[in-house]
Design a protein around this ligand. Structure first.
Ligand code: ZN
Length: 134
């Protein structure tokens, strides 16, 4: 079962350029920067109540986030992440309802979590992530 929205992922060209907007202009506190090798990104989280904003900076032109920005003409909202206690069950439910999966099994995500994505072609244009504590 989905519990809540965990975070909203935002693709950026540079964390260094973008962090001051969230930190100074909006007054949010950044987490430590973390590199997520499986996704070829560097990430930072800002907490707002129960929800987080995740900034994603590609570390390689091969990064899915780099490709997203290329395709969409630049930075912007990249994905929405739902917190669940059972990613496998969510994937099964999605797949049995005809949804295309990017990950058949969960992979390592940022913030010591397991994650899996649904394909935006099956989710009406919104890249969708399930995440769960390890
Ligand atoms: Zn995410």
């Amino acid at each position: 079962m989905l519990k809540r929205i965990d975070h909203i992922g935002i693709a950026v060209r540079s964390l260094q350029e973008t962090i001051p907007y969230y930190e100074k202009t909006l007054g949010l506190k950044p987490s430590a920067v973390e590199e997520v090798e499986s996704q070829k990104v560097r990430t930072v989280f800002f907490e707002i109540g129960e929800v987080h904003i995740e900034l994603l900076e590609p570390t390689s032109p091969e990064s899915p986030v780099a490709k997203f920005m290329e395709k969409n003409g630049g930075p912007g909202i990249h994905h929405i992440a739902f917190c669940t206690d059972d990613i496998g069950e969510q994937l099964k439910q999605a797949s049995s309802n005809g949804c295309r999966l990017i990950h058949e099994v969960p992979i390592e995500g940022a913030g010591d979590k397991m994650v899996a994505f649904l394909h935006p072609k099956s989710t009406f244009g919104v890249l969708t992530e399930f995440c769960a504590a390890k």
